[in-house]
Design a protein around this ligand. Structure first.
Ligand SMILES: Nc1ncnc2c1ncn2[C@@H]1O[C@H](COP(=O)(O)OP(=O)(O)O)[C@@H](O)[C@H]1O
Ligand SMILES: CC(C)(COP(=O)(O)O)[C@@H](O)C(=O)NCCC(=O)O
Ligand SMILES: [Mn+2]
Length: 920
């Protein structure tokens, strides 16, 4: 292979070939289906109407955008029109059909609203052919009452109900509630009804009628709490967690073993509900000493202006100055006979009776902590006693008193653990205070949420989340421009988002005693930046990959970032990559001022996410490396960078296609056995073209695509670090003169553009086709780094097919060449006898793949597949390295990171993995 003739040499960074910002967008978002990734892209309002798509073959296709069009009628500038970027109000712009439910409590108003874009999926001819081949009917989508959309969570202080009304009004959330919201019926405001629960549904009914013209349809509060909790516990994978001594751990809830449990909702007051099933429950207890008590009494005693201020004070407090401890009574000794340590609180605020001090003589910090401990501990204890009374082992705590606050949760957990002697377990819910609002939302008929399963929900964390998951200050950002302005103003000035998170104290156990909390920073993360619940995307079409050997125990991530060293390492890798990524992203959008501004906002937003996760790795649910890599792509899309590596991909495709004929000729001159080896070597060598790897990007400065490819090939020395080639060879070619039957259908999860797909995976696909194996190329639904997408692949295949009869016939048979003009080697258009070559999208927009959430096309294609080939670091190492399949699986990757090589395969950078696992 070293002698591979090179027809054209294209420089990786050659200026002639690559003009930053050239407008050759062939990767407009995939409008062929509503995959999870495609839905994410539609999240943001995009102003692109029609785009011209230039394919690698040079043909230009007009495609109408899948994005909603803006309704500019009655557009007006808000505020000062002299400003450089004044806010433009689009009163008639409404690309969403919304639906809203409220929980108006004594302290807070919780709002859950649903939005969805029109169903704009387009089934083009090519896609139809693939669907026909795979036996996918369009009918099944209609069986879902909901077509997909997003659930948003917002809260307001009840005392500021006008802000809430303004929010509803500005987002027009009250419109459309009267129409069948899961259909596309046009919204109307006449006799609109909003589902509402909580006391405020009664108290503020007239105000809603007066201000918004809507009636509140009241739902029972307990019904709603239970419905909300049951939904979250069944449908959200990382919803419930334990919190002990500062350690947060997500609990996998088995749907079949959820009931009975005790639900403790700590709002202003506290409700304790024994839950036996959906709609089966009884409010068995409660206490009037709750969140309202802490906030109310705390405000009187400390003069704090807000709940957060009070909570923040507690972090600097020392309750020993005000609480009477066992040691105070026993002269510094434990009362060990009954299991009480000297540091156990004997009497909350007990010291205040014997001292001659007045209120002013106590530090507000100490008062706040004493109060927080008193109330949390008391609730934990009553909860346990209630659980004991009904024989319940599991207690879930909700309500906004908890507010994700480590010390509060630790105190409650401690009480439950202590009194139950470890028998009962306290668990907390990530959507803590939204149970009632969610339940009210679900009480609407035909919402369809009941039927949703965890794999149909994708949680995303856009920077709008401070507004959706947090407290609203002023009008919500209506579009990207407003969001960026907000980021510039607030994120830059305030350091809220990167502010330290309250840490739980370590070593809080003892015989019922607690030490003083060791707060890590002085400040509590402000509510407005508490990004720990995101927007829930409902994607009913997603499916679990059917060939997973054990879907229940499947964990996509190989690298668990709950290990702090690991997190720190990847945090640094991603931070260092950021400036280069921003450059590429900005260039991909023409390098305009607007693109620069968006690039800046993207960098700030992603850095904020990283900082947040460094402080609290489990803030968004269980964190693995795949989540971080996906978050980066989502964040790019949030700031409308559709495809940062577009030009690079095009250039590399072109360079690789130019040398493909020579590679194919050389392969054809080989015997079967060396050919198979050369093909696998080729895949591994070509996997070096990875713009996500720092080491590889440095390498690209040193040569042309073809030089690097050739160098990489030359270094291919067996045995590879993981080398199951002989097993693969035996399965493919047999041994002792016996020829095994070929695989029926292979799924090839492809990775990067350029050499990787053209010189690596396509030749391997061709070999399989030649042997009579159907091939399905599985590619990303949306761009991620330089990964090839399902949209781009048909044109690449069409180009390659010009040079290869096998590929051409198979692509024709697979319906891939329906609209590409292929300069065929064979003019006759006889019916192809070839097995088909097809392309399906995987439903992802990330370098990694979570096989619990794949596109329906991929799931259908998998049914007849008996070989799975996963290629690349993201798909085969960072994720799925340990995944077991029901069919034969081949995992191929070059390890382009020293640390990963050491950790995973005890090797070094550029080592290769060829892991073959026969069906299990
Ligand atoms: N920003 C906030 N303002 C007021 N109270 C808050 C805030 N954040 C958390 N809380 C706490 O949450 C409690 C309200 O919890 P919630 O579940 O909303 O109950 P309710 O439905 O009774 O309002 C308050 O009493 C207070 O202890
Ligand atoms: C993002 C990637 C997983 C993509 O790799 P691929 O799947 O293309 O082989 C990989 O580039 C990566 O892990 N990059 C970060 C590590 C580094 O810069 O060393
Ligand atoms: Mn890749």
């Amino acid at each position: 292979m070293a002698g591979l003739p090179v027809k054209r040499v294209l420089g990786i960074n050659g200026k002639d070939e690559f003009k930053a910002g050239e407008n050759t967008n062939n990767t407009d978002n995939n409008k062929q289906s509503l995959s999870k990734a495609a839905l994410a892209v539609r999240e943001e309002n995009d102003k692109v109407g029609e785009r011209e798509m230039v394919t690698p073959t040079g043909s230009s296709i007009k495609r109408s955008s899948s994005r909603p069009q803006l309704d500019l009628s009655k557009a007006a500038i808000q505020g000062n029109s002299e400003e450089r970027d004044p806010t433009i109000l689009l009163p008639n712009q409404s690309d969403d059909i919304s639906h809203l439910a409220l929980d108006i409590g004594g302290s807070l108003i919780k709002l859950v609203y649903f939005s969805r874009h029109e169903d704009q999926s387009i089934d083009d001819k090519r896609k139809k052919t693939v669907k026909e081949r795979l036996g996918i009917s369009n009918g099944n989508r209609r069986s879902y009452p909901i077509l997909g959309g997003r659930l948003h969570f917002v809260k307001f202080e009840t005392s500021k109900i006008n802000e809430c009304l303004d929010f509803i009004s500005s987002k027009q959330l009250h419109c459309g509630t009267n129409s069948l919201w899961w259909t596309s019926d046009s919204p109307s405001n006449e006799n609109a009804v909003i589902k509402a629960t909580g006391g405020g549904a009664y108290k503020f009914a007239d105000l809603f009628k007066e201000r918004l013209g809507v009636s509140l349809d009241k739902e029972d509060e307990m019904d709603c709490l239970v419905a909300g909790a049951n939904f979250l516990l069944k449908a959200i994978r990382h919803e419930a967690f334990t919190h002990m001594e500062g350690q947060k751990e997500f609990v996998q809830i088995d749907h079949n073993d959820l009931f009975p449990y005790l639900l403790v909702n700590i709002g202003s007051g506290v409700s304790m509900i024994k839950v036996d099933g959906d709609g089966k429950f009884q409010r068995v207890s409660g206490t009037n000493v709750g969140g309202g008590t802490y906030w109310g009494l705390g405000r009187l005693l400390t003069k704090c202006k807000s709940f957060d201020e009070l909570l923040e004070l507690s972090q600097k407090g020392d309750n020993r100055t005000i609480d009477m401890l066992v040691g105070d009574i026993y002269g510094g000794m434990d009362y060990s006979k009954i299991g009480l340590s000297a540091s156990t609180i004997a009497s909350s605020f007990g010291k205040a009776i014997s001292d001659k001090k007045e209120l002013e003589d106590y530090r507000p910090e100490d008062i706040s902590l004493s109060l927080l401990r008193m109330i949390s501990y008391n609730i934990g204890q009553i909860s346990y006693l209630t659980a004991l009374r009904f024989g319940l082992k599991r207690i879930f705590f909700g309500g906004f008193f908890i507010r994700g606050h480590a010390y509060t949760m630790d105190t409650i957990s401690f009480a439950v653990h202590f009194w139950s002697k470890g028998e009962a377990q306290a668990m907390f819910l990530r959507h803590e205070g939204f149970l009632g609002a969610l339940g009210a939302f679900m009480s609407d008929e035909k919402h369809g949420l009941d039927d949703l399963r965890a794999h149909q929900l994708v949680e995303r964390f856009p920077m709008g989340a401070p507004f959706t998951g947090g407290k609203i200050h002023g009008p919500p950002p209506g579009n990207l421009n407003e969001k960026i302005s907000w980021m510039e103003k607030f994120v830059l000035k305030g350091t809220e988002i990167t502010a330290p998170v309250p840490m739980a104290p370590t070593g809080t156990t003892g015989l019922g005693g607690f030490e003083v909390p060791l707060s890590k920073g002085g400040t509590l993360r402000s509510d407005a930046s508490a990004l720990n619940i995101g927007v829930l995307h409902l994607v009913p079409t997603l499916e679990v990959f059917p060939l997973l050997a054990d879907p229940k125990s499947y964990e996509p991530n190989t690298i668990d970032l709950s290990d702090h060293n690991e997190l720190e390492y990847w945090f640094t890798v991603l931070s260092e990559h950021l400036p280069d990524l921003v450059d590429k992203a900005v260039a991909s959008e023409g390098g305009t001022d607007d693109a620069k501004r968006r690039g800046d906002a993207f960098a700030r937003a992603f850095s904020a996410h990283l900082a947040r996760l460094m402080e609290e790795p489990a803030a968004y649910g269980k964190l693995g490396l795949a989540n971080l890599l996906e978050l980066r792509e989502e964040c790019l899309r949030e700031f409308q960078f559709v495809d940062a590596y577009r030009s690079i991909k095009l250039r590399e495709n072109e360079a690789s296609l130019a040398v493909l004929p020579d590679l194919l000729a050389e392969l054809d001159s080989m015997n079967e056995e060396p050919r198979l080896l050369t093909l696998i070597e080729g895949v591994l060598a070509a996997n070096i073209f990875d713009w996500g790897s720092r080491a590889c990007v440095d390498l690209y400065h040193k040569g042309t695509i073809i030089e690097i490819y050739r160098m990489s090939r030359n270094k291919m020395q067996r045995p590879w670090r993981v080398d199951d080639f002989d097993l693969l060879k035996e399965r493919m070619l047999g041994s002792g003169g016996k020829k095994p039957p070929p695989h029926k259908r292979a799924l090839l999860f492809v990775d990067n553009s350029g050499a990787d797909i053209v010189l690596g995976m396509l030749p391997l696909a061709r070999e399989l086709l030649r042997r009579g194996t159907e091939v399905v190329l599985v590619a990303n639904s949306l761009p991620a780094l330089n990964d090839v997408t399902a949209m781009e692949l048909p044109d690449i295949v069409a180009e390659a097919a010009k040079h290869c009869d096998i590929l051409r016939k198979a692509a024709e048979a697979g319906g891939l060449l329906v609209d590409a003009m292929v300069n065929t080697l064979d003019d006759s258009k006889e019916n192809s006898t070839s097995v088909p070559l097809m392309v399906v999208e995987n439903g992802c927009g990330s370098p990694c793949i979570d096989l619990r959430q794949v596109s329906p096309e991929l799931a259908a294609a998998a049914k007849d597949a008996d070989l799975i080939i996963l290629e690349g670091m993201g798909r085969a190492l960072h994720t799925n390295f340990n995944a077991r399949f029901k069919r034969d699986a081949l995992k191929l990757a070059m390890v382009k990171n020293q640390r990963l090589a050491e950790k995973l395969i005890q090797g070094k950078i550029y080592d290769c993995v060829c892991r073959y696992e026969a069906a299990s």
